[in-house]
Design a protein around this ligand. Structure first.
Ligand code: FEO
Length: 404
């Protein structure tokens, strides 16, 4: 691994994590990267650090460009563990460096390190740092995606360093969008952006729109968007802004995701006629079986579709545990602009479908009630009911989709 130039005197010095498959519960089949950046000027500046386990790699990469002891400024755009836990390794080599961070970032960083031994400079939106010929401009982005977050614009090189925003969980041979697309495809890159947005940024759509508007108002000329994960946007940096705005504005496919689990294959037996009904209404459908699918993939599929049907058997009068777990995960992401419904098989008293609708209410989702419950195993007549249920739900999804 070695440093990669974004522009003259501006380098990626991060680390590729090819092996990670579980990023705090988020399935990462493509691995990820921890991106940080070195800017060489009269004063040397490092933007972000990497996860602790990769400290030696970033130090090696920095050393390929300059002696790390020469670092004078460390900009900390975000304090989550994967971006600050090697900060002490950097500061041990460059103890005179000044750390530039937001007020909330400083308060959070105190929970990681003893800050008394380091020079700290708290910055706000509009503050700048000049290092010789280059100027860094800070813009706070609280809750995008943590309270401490900010982005940094390097004026002369027209690079926006965006911490987690606009990233993707990708480890790949190339560091840039054009290189990734040449090796894989546009579709795979789009999928990685959607996956990341759905699982990390879904709750922050309003903030995303406001911050993109603020960046546009500032009139920043952006040639490169350099996030802290995945590929760097240089071929078409506007593309990821457009994708984010579309998603923040509620864009989804005119399709239905059926996300379910099953106990004795009775709920599963409802799936085929429901999908037939949806297709009969002219709407695409995708089926995701929980326990056989990583949660983050099921979240992404929910997010891509305008409508979702959640299927669960009733176990001990409540929702099946894997479905309940999924709904808890989904609730934390505060989904909006999706039409939902529920179905499932039950014995005795039932209960799962009602609980799922209670969860929909807690999430504030638009729901088609009352859902569909089938006693024990679906009969042939029940399958006709399932078909109609799917068809009517899809017709409502078509109407709902017109609003966006
Ligand atoms: Fe990549 Fe919010 O950490």
């Amino acid at each position: 691994m070695k440093a990669v130039a974004l522009k003259k005197d501006v380098y990626w010095v991060g680390a590729l994590d090819w092996a990670i498959r579980d990023f705090h519960g988020y399935e990462t089949p493509r691995g990820t990267s921890y991106n940080n950046y070195l800017v060489v000027d009269d004063e040397i500046t490092l933007i972000d650090t990497v996860k602790y386990d990769f400290a030696d790699i970033t130090l090696q990469n920095i050393s390929g460009v300059v002696d790390p002891a020469r670092i004078r400024n460390v900009i900390v755009n975000h304090i989550e563990n994967d971006h600050v836990t090697s900060l002490d390794r950097i500061m041990a080599l460059a103890p005179d460096a000044t750390i530039y961070i937001t007020e909330k970032g400083k308060r959070g960083l105190e929970r990681f390190f003893d800050l008394d031994k380091w020079k700290m400079k708290v910055v706000k939106s509009g503050d700048t740092l000049t290092t010789g010929r280059k100027t860094f401009r800070f813009l706070e982005t609280p809750m995008l995606h943590w309270p401490d977050s900010m982005v940094t614009y390097l004026e002369e090189d027209k690079i926006l360093f965006t911490q987690d925003a606009f990233g993707q969980h990708i480890a790949s041979s190339g560091r840039f969008d054009d290189e990734f697309v040449a090796e894989y495809s546009d579709a795979e890159l789009d999928d990685a952006v959607t996956d990341y947005y759905a699982n990390i940024l879904m709750p922050f759509g309003t903030m995303i729109k406001a911050k993109i508007a603020e960046i546009e108002k500032l009139g920043l000329d952006i040639e490169i968007v350099a996030p802290d994960h995945g590929i760097i946007w240089r071929k078409d940096p506007g593309k990821v802004f457009r994708m984010y705005l579309d998603m923040a504005n509620g864009k989804a496919n005119l399709s239905v995701a059926i996300i379910y689990d099953t106990m004795w294959q009775s709920t599963e037996k409802m799936i085929v006629p429901i999908t037939e009904g949806i297709r009969d209404a002219g709407v695409r459908v995708k089926v995701i079986k929980l326990r056989a699918t990583p949660t983050s993939v099921a979240i992404k599929e929910f997010w891509k579709a305008r409508g979702a049907l959640i299927g669960s058997p009733t176990l001990n009068n409540i929702t099946y545990p894997s479905v309940a777990e999924y709904l808890t995960h989904l609730r934390g992401l505060r989904p909006k602009n999706r039409l939902v419904g529920a179905f499932g098989s039950y014995g005795w008293g039932g209960g799962a479908v009602k609980e799922i609708y209670d969860d929909f209410k807690r999430m504030g989702l638009d729901a088609v009630e009352p859902g569909l419950q089938i006693l024990y195993r679906p009969s042939l007549q029940d399958e006709e009911v399932c078909f109609q249920f799917g068809k009517e739900f899809a017709q409502k999804v078509i109407e709902y989709h017109q609003k966006f």
